[in-house]
Design a binder for this molecule. Structure first.
Ligand code: UTP
Length: 292
């Protein structure tokens, strides 16, 4: 597996589609059954070997920082009551105790590309992972699969992909494929953001997992606003593809769009099945029923 030290979590968005739930709770902390979206994203990054997590947040979302920070008082109370399973749950959240954790603020949500650019100070010459916590992928750890398949001599940038129907394609960034592939990695010749179905170059859509060469920060630097007036990560990746190569990686898990209520509901239901079922085989911690 290729070593992946740094993972960026863009979490500065407004989450307006999930109002009123997101009026005072950040979207990324909404629960998928019993586990916040952000926790699933962090677990996936750690499973892929990440040792430095960079959260691009907004000052109005202090809950994100609180979530990853240890709470020694609550922990001591739970320990005194011998609530071992709850201590484990609390420790799962306190990732700042386990790996290097950084916060940078995106004062205005100018787009995903701008959010990633806010983390440019943490570039270190190696590839960076980007996880969008509202894209939940269950069943197999997507970023680990990507790190295992990453072949920078062929393509220095990799984006997760899944097949989508014509009637939903205009919600996604869509890949134009060359026809060359190696296992689940398909070489890309272009990318279009949110095309009309008749203009879509394929049915392979980008989803929120990226493994990018750190040159992506050079492509983002000075990038003009694109679709919707936002600085689009897709535009920087499309530019990078021309000189550095891009592949779309068809991951094996199932993706849920948790930026909308129906997707979150479906993810919660699927995650509940995993938690109550064979958690060991699925990679999801089995639920501690006795403690709840
Ligand atoms: P979305 O595109 O779902 O946007 O962001 P949003 O603003 O959160 O949600 P709506 O459309 O208002 O409901 C996908 C991910 O990118 C982050 C979000 O926090 C989310 O994790 N993001 C988006 C940023 O960090 N900054 C941005 O400028 C835009």
């Amino acid at each position: 597996m290729h070593s992946l030290e740094t993972v960026i979590f863009p979490v500065a968005g407004l989450g307006t589609r999930m109002l009123p739930a997101t009026k005072s709770v950040p979207k990324e902390l909404l629960p998928v059954y019993d586990t916040p979206l952000l926790q699933l994203a962090i677990d996936e990054a750690l499973a892929a070997g990440a040792r430095r997590l960079v959260f691009v947040s907004h000052p109005s979302k202090p809950g994100i920082q609180d979530y990853v920070t240890a709470d020694p008082d609550l922990r001591a109370k739970l320990v005194a009551k011998q609530k071992t399973d709850l201590v484990r749950s609390l420790d799962r959240a306190a990732v700042a105790d386990k790996v290097e954790t950084h916060f940078v603020f995106q004062q205005t949500p100018l787009g995903l590309g701008h959010a990633v650019q806010c983390a440019a100070g943490f570039r270190n010459g190696g590839p960076v992972g980007v996880i969008l916590p509202d894209d939940v992928i269950l069943g197999a750890p997507c970023l680990s699969e990507m790190a295992a398949a990453y072949a920078p001599q062929t393509a220095r940038h990799m984006v997760a992909t899944m097949r989508v129907d014509d009637d939903t394609i205009s919600r996604y960034g869509v890949f134009e494929l060359t026809g060359q592939s190696n296992g689940a990695s398909m070489m890309v010749s272009g990318m279009v953001e949110k095309p009309a179905p008749e203009k879509a170059p394929s049915n392979y859509a980008a989803v929120g997992r990226y493994l990018l060469d750190d040159s992506i920060f050079d492509h983002l630097d000075g990038l003009a606003p694109g679709l919707g007036g936002e600085i689009q990560l897709t535009d920087a990746i499309a530019q990078a593809q021309k000189t550095e190569g891009l592949c779309a990686f068809a991951f094996s898990g199932t993706r849920y769009d948790c930026g909308n209520r129906e997707g979150l509901f479906q993810a919660a239901s699927a995650y509940r099945e995993l938690r109550l079922g064979d958690g060991g085989a699925s990679g999801v911690p089995a639920m501690a029923m006795a403690a709840e």
